[in-house]
Write a protein that binds this ligand. Structure first.
Ligand code: ZN
Ligand code: ZN
Ligand code: ZN
Length: 554
């Protein structure tokens, strides 16, 4: 099929056209309006003979894709275009609101997500009724909820999302089933859903599971580079189509809108008869906002910095928005010219300005200028290079690959120790990998956009400072647990320290408002260990090579 001349769909940012998805016993084919259905049929016939498989014609369904007027026309005429043959009679074309099942999920135009859930709710009710007859105990009811409701809703929540009204219905069923025998539920909600280790009942928490699923989807959406999933590229293309109605946004060239998280452009997906996947798009935006997902790090590798989109770069000075429209910018943006999209490309282009033989002139005939003008059909290489440099100049040092970065002074690998029970403190602060690795969840306050490049230690060779640290906890795992941390530099060393961890942590949320956030500090061995290690760093001399011991007797 991929070798055929069927057009399929072009997804922005994806080299290969989308034509077919084959998975298990389902095949989904994406045809362009120009494509001839007969060609597809010939391919399928050939494939069936070759593989001795049989296509279940009765189960083949067509979902028209396009504007609502176009869809209505396809349904009415059975033609994808006026000059095309009508689609064969035996093919069912799904009408508006009709859901088609593909690999367990439901697809269609304007299908109601609630109706998709109805069969699942019915199945749950039948099953719970049946279990009720055996008069299970409280503990039994908890397991049944997990198995029946948890099991039956997990997959659909993952692939379809659970609409609010369904969530309410499911929650009600859980509540009623768990408290079936009692008139009034005597325990508050917290107690019912808390983890079992806390001595609570750990009944399936639909809301929490929904959030966990949303976060897993975000991991997929925020995967960049070669592994970027196709659905995320489709989502980005749809985001770019949903500009808020204002001049600034509508004037931005759609070609440079690559991703609304990495760049500063706005998107506002609104429901209409011509839009698709609105619930999913809105959920992405909401999840990112609710869980405060953003790029955060002390420093990034040059590889990561170069991967960022250059246009409307999310961390650039606001004046970058004014650099989209000159003749040079147009030349840089055009696909068949420079096709400039990333910081790396801009850096490479701007670097030619430094070359000795280059003259700051549109008529420069240096080797590079000639190469650029022929390769990119560029009329004024000098102007384009200058514009690339102007774009880079809007980046703060932390995001500018031309600047010295902490990476430049860091070893490539983490320090290791031959001795068992010794960990050498890894002083590297650079986030490495791809853009995927720059995202953090549950972030707080403002991100620090400045960098501090710490030059390598130049002083006399020094003995490593060995520090023993440990955390310990009494009554670990219980409500009454208390934890302590200990730091030991050596006999009679004044820096030796032991401390008891407070029950709560206090943290200033923003510099501006001075608001303080109080959050409980988990009382466990692990928090003790972490606090001890952190405290040790603060106590040790700044340039010390730190080695941690953790082999001593308790
Ligand atoms: Zn030149
Ligand atoms: Zn150019
Ligand atoms: Zn320990």
């Amino acid at each position: 099929m991929r070798a055929s001349n069927l057009k399929g769909y072009q997804i922005p940012g994806h080299a290969e056209r989308l034509i077919a998805n084959l998975f298990a016993d389902d095949t989904t084919v994406f045809l362009n309006a120009d494509d001839d259905f007969n060609i597809l049929q010939q391919i399928l016939d050939k494939w069936c003979i070759a593989s001795k498989a049989k296509f279940n014609i009765a189960e083949t369904e067509i979902i028209p894709i396009g504007s609502s007027t176009y869809r209505a026309k396809v349904i009415q005429t059975r033609k994808t275009q006026d000059d095309k043959q009508p689609l064969p009679e035996w093919l069912h074309i799904a009408v508006e609101g009709e859901a088609v099942r593909i690999l367990g999920a439901w697809f269609g135009n304007n299908i109601s997500e609630a109706s998709v859930w109805e069969p699942t709710l019915e199945k749950i009710d039948t099953s719970l009724d049946c279990w009720n007859k055996s008069s299970p105990t409280m503990e039994g009811r908890r397991h049944i909820v997990q198995m029946v409701i948890g099991g039956m809703t997990q997959f659909l929540t993952q692939v379809q999302g659970m609409p609010e009204q369904i969530e309410k219905k499911v929650k009600k069923r859980i509540w009623n089933f768990v408290w079936a025998e009692k008139e009034k539920s005597p325990v508050n909600k917290e107690t019912v859903h808390g983890p079992i280790e806390d001595g609570r009942r750990a009944v399936l928490d639909i809301e929490a599971r929904k959030k966990a699923i949303d976060i897993m989807w975000m991991r997929s959406y925020l995967t960049f580079g070669e592994d970027r999933p196709l659905w995320a590229k489709v989502a980005d293309a749809l985001f770019a189509l949903h500009s808020p109605r204002n001049v600034t946004e509508e004037n931005v060239d759609k070609r440079i809108k690559l991703n609304p998280i990495l760049q500063t452009w706005k998107t506002l997906p609104k429901r209409s008869t011509n839009t698709a996947a609105i619930d999913d798009l809105q959920r992405i935006i909401k999840t990112i906002k609710d869980f405060k997902i953003r790029q955060e790090g002390l420093a990034y590798s040059r590889e990561i910095l170069r991967e960022m989109p250059i246009w409307l770069h999310g961390h650039a000075n606001a004046r970058i928005c004014l650099l989209n429209r000159s003749a040079a910018s147009k030349c840089l943006k055009k696909e068949n010219h420079h096709n400039l999209r990333t910081v790396g490309q801009a850096e490479d282009l701007a670097a030619h300005l430094q070359e000795e033989e280059h003259e700051a002139d549109s008529l420069c005939q240096c080797q590079q200028c000639i190469w650029i003008s022929t390769t990119y059909q560029c009329l004024n290489p000098h102007a384009c290079m200058t514009r690339a440099k102007a774009l880079l100049d809007t980046l703060p040092p932390k995001w500018d690959p031309r600047q010295t970065q902490p990476e430049d002074h860091e070893p490539l690998h983490a320090p290791t120790s031959e001795e068992k029970d010794i960990t050498v403190f890894d002083t590297r602060i650079t986030v490495r990998g791809t853009l995927t690795d720059t995202f953090r969840i549950f972030t707080e306050g403002e991100d620090n956009e400045s960098i501090s490049v710490i030059p390598p230690y130049q002083g006399p060779a020094q003995e490593p400072t060995v520090i023993a640290t440990d955390g310990s906890c009494i009554e670990n795992g219980r409500e009454t647990a208390r934890v302590g941390a200990g730091i030991y530099f050596g006999n009679h060393d004044l820096r030796n320290k032991s401390m008891r961890l407070p029950k709560n942590m206090f943290k200033r949320i923003t510099k501006a408002t001075n608001r303080i956030k109080q959050s409980p500090l988990e009382q466990s061995n692990q928090t003790g260990e972490v606090v001890a290690a952190r405290e040790a760093i603060e106590l040790a001399p700044r340039d010390a090579i730190l080695r941690y011991r953790h082999d001593f007797e308790r």
